[in-house]
Design a protein around this ligand. Sequence first.
Ligand SMILES: C[S@@+](CC[C@H](N)C(=O)[O-])C[C@H]1O[C@@H](n2cnc3c(N)ncnc32)[C@H](O)[C@@H]1O
Length: 260
Amino acid sequence: MTGQTTWDPDQYQRYRGYRDRPALDLMVQLPGDLEPATIWDLGCGTGEHAAVLAARHPNCTVYGLDSSADMLERARATRARVEWVQGDIAAFAPDVPPDLIFTNAALQWVGDHETLFPRLAGQLAPGGVFACQMPMSFAESWHHVMRDVAGRGPWASRMQDVRGVQPVLAPADYHRLLAPFGETDIWTTTYLHELTGEDPVVDWMKGTGLRPYLARLPDPAEQREFLDAYAEALRPLFPVQPDGVTLFPFPRLFLMLRRG
Ligand SMILES: C[S@@+](CC[C@H](N)C(=O)[O-])C[C@H]1O[C@@H](n2cnc3c(N)ncnc32)[C@H](O)[C@@H]1O
């Protein structure tokens, strides 16, 4: 999947504030008595959250793992006290059991959660914490419309096997998968983002969900055509408000496990 998706750190950073907020909301809930020796940030992207964790735990070894060389290059530029590792979360097998596995907005790109989540939980050190946030956007209108536009244009045959963001399970399923390992804390939040500019939901999606689709359209003119069709279909769903903002309600799922 990641082989066909290229990440653009600049486009991703355009909504930095909105994308940071859930990561920081997750971090705030980390147990105050956690004194980790080893932390992994899985799908660390441009590295800001691993950097925050490294600053918060100065005596700890912090790793940031991501499959994208472009994202990791940007992460290295933070010059944070973090070891950046290129690799696949699906194959994550640390030598030393981590005291904290932190993962923000990444595991929705990795399939088979029924296997992945127990595997990650089982890798934690005793007393260790798994802290995860994922968007619950797969079933939302703007993802439906994206898949619909991909399936009905002249590009449809090239889009058939695109593997983009995967649907996340229901909160109760994650409880079922994680609770055997220890104490869980699971919650959801919908952030009402106030976006500005023309077709801002399309612009948001260009940084994430659209990437595997756009990768199938190397011709810029065809990319433009695809984006125009997507924008046109989204406009009635996301009207500009009288004050000029476009309201973008974004649901996110938070999962915390403290291993017993
Ligand atoms: C939406 S970004 C989130 C980045 C960062 N955690 C943040 O919150 O800003 C998703 C990241 O997950 C990475 N990713 C997706 N699938 C992956 C996989 N199977 N293994 C490693 N990294 C992956 C992507 O390269 C990308 O940097």
